[in-house]
Design a protein around this ligand. Structure first.
Ligand SMILES: Cc1ncc(COP(=O)(O)O)c(C=O)c1O
Length: 399
């Protein structure tokens, strides 16, 4: 193919396309529209006056919903706010101000957290904001490289935790194996260090086909007597409405007791009316049937990306069983060039390096593709642009 001519042809189309953020498309959001149309009077719900303050941990039935999503014991789950990211930031604030039993993190000279890479840019941004030193560890396709994790934890006293997206990891799409989860617990379960595994289970029920649920990390941790070393997060952002959903945090009884006074100082109660709306919605709608409907909308988009990439066969890419992302891997030193060529053609891609701490992908080869937000037609065009840019960048490399 003459990529240069194709590039000029696409440029003349003055396109405006975007494959940056993992957002639900409007037809996915439509699946939950009845949430906004409930005819029930929500003043009194399950013997609670929802209009008033209170129920800091969230209403019981909404915590049940969280337990179902996260596949863990309901007593561990709190429903709070509209986003898991803000719960992560609140928990980090708690660690810095008060700590989880080993003194406030702010008193320590240096706090480091392991960041499996390629990973989620907002975890990295949170760390940067809090002044947490980030140490990259490679992912293996079944979770983080345990040998490297162990070596680092044993040699660096400043390490206090690890970020994990255990199911359909953003952006590699991998699912952590049972061995990896057990290995992480063995390494981080040492309670003298008060380590935390930040278990961001954002894609717990976001399968593209029938898949088994992820094993409950709390039950494994209980067997190993280290349940205090896990804090789990999730939300309904990509189940119902992104921005008007329910955020979840789940942790051991001991951690709840430590966190509760701090959390209660930040607020007097969550939005219980939205929680009740979610409970009512999922009385009529089966959660897994609902997620199948999401998959029916999303899967053709993933298939399209993969078939387009197959048609050109330059580089490597993932074919995940769920989640919101595919990951394209170019030859070393090409990601930035591909992204800047795409920008010239009006296609926005996640900045090169976003998949790594401090925005630095030393090999300059990873590009995250978020195919869900646009229509199939837009995606088709966006992939033509992407392939053209990959082709042109490869040709430039050869010459
Ligand atoms: C791994 C991961 N965690 C958290 C979030 C944000 O979730 P929330 O909307 O609940 O803040 C995302 C969104 O893309 C994500 O990919």
């Amino acid at each position: 193919m003459d990529y240069f001519s194709k590039f000029e042809e696409l440029k003349s189309e003055n396109l405006s396309l975007d494959l940056t953020r993992g957002k639900p498309s409007s037809d996915q959001l439509d699946l939950s529209n009845s949430l906004m149309e409930t005819s029930e009077n929500l003043a009194m719900f399950e013997s609670l006056d929802l209009r008033n303050y209170g129920e800091i941990k969230g209403i019981d039935s909404c915590r049940d919903l969280g337990a179902k999503i996260l596949n863990c014991d309901k007593d561990l789950v709190w429903a709070g706010g509209n986003s898991s990211l803000s719960l992560m930031s609140q928990f980090l604030t708690f660690l810095f101000v008060q700590g989880n039993g080993g003194g406030p993190w702010s008193n320590k000279e240096r706090i480091s957290v392991l960041c499996p890479v390629p990973g989620y840019d907002r975890h990295f941004k949170l760390c940067e904001t809090f002044g947490i030193n980030m140490i990259s560890v490679p992912l293996t396709g079944r979770g983080p490289d345990l040998g490297e994790v162990k070596r680092l934890v044993e040699t660096d006293e400043s390490i206090r935790g690890i970020w994990c997206v255990p199911k359909y990891s953003n952006p590699t799409g991998e699912v952590y194996s049972r061995d990896t989860i057990e290995g992480l617990l063995d390494i981080f379960g040492n309670q003298s260090r008060k380590n935390i595994i930040f278990w961001d289970n954002a894609y717990a029920v976001h399968d593209l086909s029938n898949q088994p649920p992820l094993i409950d990390i709390f039950s494994l941790a209980q067997d190993k007597k280290c349940e205090d070393s896990v804090v789990q997060f999730g939300s309904t952002s990509k189940i119902t409405f992104a921005g008007s959903g329910i955020g979840y945090i789940a942790m051991s009884k001991t951690n709840q007791e430590l966190f509760l006074p701090f959390y209660s100082s930040l607020m007097i109660g969550p939005d219980k009316i939205n929680q009740a709306k979610h409970v009512i919605f999922f009385k009529d709608v089966d959660l897994m049937d609902h997620m199948k409907k999401h998959a029916e909308i999303i899967k053709p988009k993933f298939d399209l990306v993969i078939s387009k990439l197959n048609s050109q066969s330059l580089g490597k890419w993932t074919a995940p069983d769920g989640g919101y992302f595919l990951l394209y891997e170019s030859d070393n030193g090409m990601a930035k060039r591909i992204i800047s060529l795409a920008e010239e053609l009006g296609l926005k891609l996640t900045p090169a390096g976003a998949t790594h701490p401090y925005g630095i992908d030393e090999e300059d080869k990873y590009i995250r593709i978020a195919p869900t937000a646009c229509s199939l037609e837009e995606l088709d065009k966006a992939m033509d642009v992407f392939l053209c840019c990959i082709g042109l960048a490869s040709e430039e490399r050869r010459n």
